[in-house]
Design a protein. Sequence first.
Length: 258
Amino acid sequence: MNKPGTGGKSNLLFERAPYVAPLLAFMVFLIAVDGRFPDQHYVLYPIKTLLVAALLTWHWRMLPSLKPSAILMSVVVGVIGVFLWVELDPWSLSLNGQVEELFNRVISSVGLGSWRMAVDGAPDGRNPFDLYPAGEAWILFGFRLFGITLIVPVMEEIFWRGFLMRWLIKDDFLSVPLGQYQPFSFWATTFLFASIHGSEWALGIIVGLFFGAWFVRTKSLGNVILAHAVTNFLLAIYCLYANDWHFLSNVGHATMPQ
């Protein structure tokens, strides 16, 4: 199904677009639109989700098979992923605050006090049911759930582990088998994946290592996408029932995985 071909340097853009374009569009929208209207996060999310979904659909035939080969174990990996994300969150936020304080002390000691960072405390989340009428809030939450469960895992995994992890091994990334382990590629991809998770970067490292190991073990994008989707779905359900929305919509924190 959907086996990509290989091409020369003249085809590099064509070969990379299916893997890169969806995440790139997401990031551009996040910076250019969400960044200007942070209070409209839930309203803007459906537009961003449909944009990425359209790009994924357009490029679908140029992607490798995304069918999972180990469904049950991928679900188990996803459940462990959300457990780690929720249970280690207090530690992650504390570590982030310590790192920011250390950074501030270092730059102040060399006379660069104007570069000091604002030390993040516990993040505040936006509850859509406090912001909008119940009917509208359920629709917006439904789009959020749809996006983080079905769109974001595909968008992220085809870029991070389908493209970047292979491209760091060889420029002709399509010639690199899915799930091939090379230390620099594996760790660089994990840290870059974590870096876009804002103050939750430590969680991104731990869960990213977990997902990466599952990908290397199974050599399947479908398996890691399913695990990622289960983690995101359960995280959204946790936010709903625990009334803890900072995982989905942080005030003043730029996070990207969901």
